[in-house]
Design a protein around this ligand. Structure first.
Ligand code: UGA
Length: 423
């Protein structure tokens, strides 16, 4: 927002993050973010604070807090959204527009508007819009300043003025032709979860095909390539492997099912249970394949895990398939060493029981099997011949189907992958 020319006050309850961001250091790894902070902070248009009062004069207040899965349940925990709204409400003025960005169960915006109204100074009419974001980690900046669409959920007497104000905020990307759709609250809330449910379905579809390919001796990568040429299907999100993880897709499909159940529409989303089950099965299939390839047991075997983040270009390890597989192998008695270009620090905090190495070679030293579980570019550039010299056994299982089988095999490796023929 500051890069787009606005004056921004970013409020967070975590003083550590506020302090670090004020120094220009992002509290997580996201390509280009530190560089962008370095450009924007000296302009004075971006400040960080823990004090809501400093945001009192803003024209627009974005609520961007997380909605994680509730412990032991499928439903989303929206308490952070309501807590942020409660802290903000006393500072609202009649001109200000509150804009929800968080991914929420449908129906939350209407409840939130009531809650804001209760907490606002008397005489202030609360204005709320729902404006979901669709950014992908690793592409966060590009997806924010040049998204593929804007969705504005607006309702009530200020709806036209709310649209006009959001158009001002997004004037620059709108001028470049970004499509913009105006809906009611419920539709805007649903666009986000429906999009993530569709993406999860696409991934689990191709992973289900990978299971059939394995049974039939077919090749899921060739299958995906051939399917993808049909532009009604498209090749994106048809990469088979250990499946989807992260802070969004897994918890969003579960929260969507839970909300549909509350609305009496549970039958409509019954298929998402299967999408989730296929996805979870990929992780155990990976461990099964590693065990099979290691002579029927992982006990005492040295396992190198390449990848800890849930996807490349991120240090986010939430619901990471790579760490799940690493931990499952360790529980079977394997000696597991993990390497990731950016996520080791985060992984160590959550899985201190695993061993970590700063380099690919360090992780693979003496390994009986190498598991490729997050498709970092660096891993595609590994020289298989050089790596063969450090492992005990040149056996690699590609859990992301992004390594070149011919390259690895010609360097003397046994290359196995999920959903691909043995040779
Ligand atoms: C996802 C959506 O793609 C964004 O549009 C959305 O805004 C975001 O969630 C969110 O709800 O905030 P993200 O979680 O960053 O973004 O990651 P994705 O690129 O969707 O990947 C999710 C997982 O699926 C990763 O573990 C990735 O490795 C896996 N994946 C992706 C596959 O296994 N196969 C594929 O073909 C694509």
């Amino acid at each position: 927002m500051a890069e787009l020319g606005h004056t921004v006050i970013a409020v967070d309850s975590d003083a550590g993050k506020v302090e670090s961001l004020s120094r220009g250091v992002a509290p997580m790894f996201e390509p280009g973010l530190d560089e962008l902070l370095a450009v924007v902070l000296p302009t004075g248009r971006l400040r960080f604070t823990t004090d809501y009062a400093q945001a009192a004069n803003a024209d627009v207040h974005f609520i961007c807090v997380g909605t994680p899965q509730r412990r032991g349940e499928n439903a989303a925990d929206t308490s952070f959204v309501f807590a942020a709204a409660q802290s903000l409400a006393p500072h609202l003025s009649g001109k200000a527009l509150v804009v929800g960005k968080s991914t929420v169960p449908v129906g939350t915006a209407a409840r939130l508007r009531d809650r804001l109204q209760q907490g606002a100074p008397s005489g202030v009419g609360v204005r709320l819009a729902w404006n979901p974001e669709f950014l992908r980690e690793g592409f966060a900046i590009r997806d924010t300043v040049a998204p593929n669409r804007f969705v504005y959920g607006v309702q009530g007497p200020s709806a036209d003025a709310d649209v006009a104000l959001l158009d001002e905020v997004y004037a620059s990307p709108l001028a470049s032709g970004t499509p913009r759709l105006v809906t009611d609250f419920a539709t805007a809330e649903l666009v986000k979860v429906a999009a993530n449910a569709f993406l999860a379905t696409k991934i689990s579809f191709i992973n289900a095909m990978a299971e059939v390919c394995e049974a039939a001796g077919a090749d899921v990568v060739q299958l995906a390539d051939a399917l993808g040429h049909d532009d009604r299907i498209g090749r994106k999100f048809l990469n088979a492997g250990v499946g989807f993880g992260g802070g969004c897709l897994p918890k969003d499909i579960r929260a969507f099912m839970a909300r549909a159940c509350e609305l009496g529409a549970d039958e409509a989303l019954g298929f998402l249970r299967e999408i989730d089950a296929i996805n979870v099965r990929r992780r155990s299939r990976m461990v099964d394949l590693a065990r099979e390839q290691c002579g029927g047991t992982l006990a005492g075997r040295r396992v190198a895990v390449l990848g800890a983040a849930f996807k490349p270009d991120s240090d986010d390890i939430r619901d990471s398939p790579a760490l799940d597989v690493a931990e499952a192998a360790r529980q079977e008695g394997a000696v597991v060493t993990v390497h990731d270009p950016k996520a080791i620090e985060a992984a160590r905090l959550v899985h201190p029981e695993l061993a970590y190495a700063d380099t690919v070679e360090g992780a693979c030293m003496g390994a009986n099997v190498v598991l490729h579980l997050t498709e970092w570019k660096q891993f595609r550039e590994i020289d298989p011949a050089a790596l063969a010299a450090v492992v005990a056994n040149p056996l690699i299982i590609d859990g992301r189907n992004t390594l070149d089988p011919a390259r690895w095999r010609s360097a003397g490796w046994v290359y196995r992958a999920l959903g691909r023929p043995t040779v």
